[in-house]
Design a protein around this ligand. Structure first.
Ligand SMILES: NC(=O)c1ccc[n+]([C@@H]2O[C@H](COP(=O)([O-])OP(=O)(O)OC[C@H]3O[C@@H](n4cnc5c(N)ncnc54)[C@H](OP(=O)(O)O)[C@@H]3O)[C@@H](O)[C@H]2O)c1
Length: 314
């Protein structure tokens, strides 16, 4: 992949690129403290982007920011909860004030909850849907208003294969991803009048990130990334590709097409097999039910989500 546009002026504390001529690509990454957001931030840092990283915890975001700065990137950290429209608007306004524009937003912030629908407490279900669906709407609203003013910009939304199929024990997430896919498609259509404004939906299959360990769990077992699993770096490279060549819909994962085909073409067979398969490959050792990171940001320094999986029930 080519490097993104090289730097014009450093807008924040730690740049090594002040002498270069063209403006760097200004990228806002939500959910940058972990998993795909973190890998994307590091990948884009390697490719000369000017980064603004956001999530619910400055402490954890700064760990990622330091890693990006060591690779020569200009990085700003802004704490914001995507459920808070005012905070998201203020964040986007601050980016534009600081850098005079916003080129790309990679929206990776999300929550997950495991458990049969009726076992997941309603406040947990609601918080996941609020974060995943309304959080995406808030980010898209603020970012697209800016892109429309600029008449250019690229919103890259992390969807999922689970926005195209259904799976048991993940009702809040599956519901949310289906809604996000519908929203992304609508936004893509609505912005067809601006050829340089793009809405890209990236739909990975299973990715090896801490989301499984820090998800709320009422399934009585630790969640695991079901095989076949790809790395967050692989997803980050796909995001980098979309920064350079925007595309409305991108599938990413060796089993996505097969799963989508089984879901749509053979529903009775799919519905028969999906629950035992899910129990076999996606749920591990016993675990005391817990709300994970649903009501609190990733615990400081625990960028791998280890503190949530704790000890098995006695
Ligand atoms: N991992 C997979 O297998 C997989 C597969 C397909 C699609 N995806 C999608 O890829 C994206 C990233 O997932 P991931 O696996 O990288 O998850 P992750 O490691 O848990 O990262 C999620 C990020 O979202 C942030 N976040 C959570 N709630 C937030 C809120 N209310 N406001 C702002 N930030 C918030 C988290 O930080 P704080 O907790 O500190 O706020 C964290 O940085 C999600 O959209 C996910 O659905 C993942």
């Amino acid at each position: 992949m080519n490097r993104f546009s090289p730097a014009r002026t450093p807008a924040t504390s730690t740049s090594s690129a002040a002498s270069q001529a063209k403006p760097r690509t200004v990228v806002l990454v939500t959910g940058a403290s972990s998993g795909i957001g973190r890998a994307t931030a590091v990948h884009l840092a390697d490719h000369g982007a000017q980064l603004v990283l956001t999530g619910r915890s400055t402490v954890t975001l700064e760990i990622v920011a330091d890693r990006c700065r060591r690779r020569g990137a200009d990085v700003t950290v802004v704490e914001a909860d995507v459920r808070d429209m005012a905070a998201v608007e203020a964040l986007v306004t601050a980016v534009v004030e600081q850098h005079s524009r916003l080129d790309v937003c990679v929206h990776a912030a999300a929550l997950v909850a495991y458990g049969r629908f009726e076992d997941v407490p309603s406040d947990v279900f609601d918080r996941v849907v609020e974060t995943d669906v309304l959080g995406t709407a808030n980010v898209a609203r603020a970012v697209l208003r800016t892109f429309r003013r600029q008449r250019t910009g690229n919103l890259i939304v992390l969807g999922s294969i689970l926005g195209r199929i259904a799976t048991p024990y993940m009702s809040a997430y599956v519901t949310s991803k289906a809604a996000i896919h519908a929203l992304a498609r609508t936004l893509s259509i609505e912005n067809r009048d601006l050829p340089d404004v793009h809405v890209c939906l990236l739909m990975p299959g299973s990715v090896d990130t801490p989301v499984y360990r820090r998800a709320a769990s009422y399934a009585g077992r630790v969640a695991k990334a079901p095989p076949p699993v790809i790395s967050p770096d692989r997803v980050a490279r796909a995001v980098g590709g979309l920064v350079e060549r925007p595309r409305a819909r991108t599938d990413l994962g060796p089993a996505n097409k097969l799963m989508a085909l089984g879901f749509t073409a053979l529903p009775p067979m799919y519905d028969l097999l999906v629950t035992p398969l899910m129990r076999l490959v996606a749920l591990g050792r016993p675990l005391v039910p817990h709300p994970g990171n649903v009501f609190e940001p990733t615990r400081a320094g625990d960028i791998d989500g280890e503190t949530y999986v704790g000890s098995p029930p006695r």
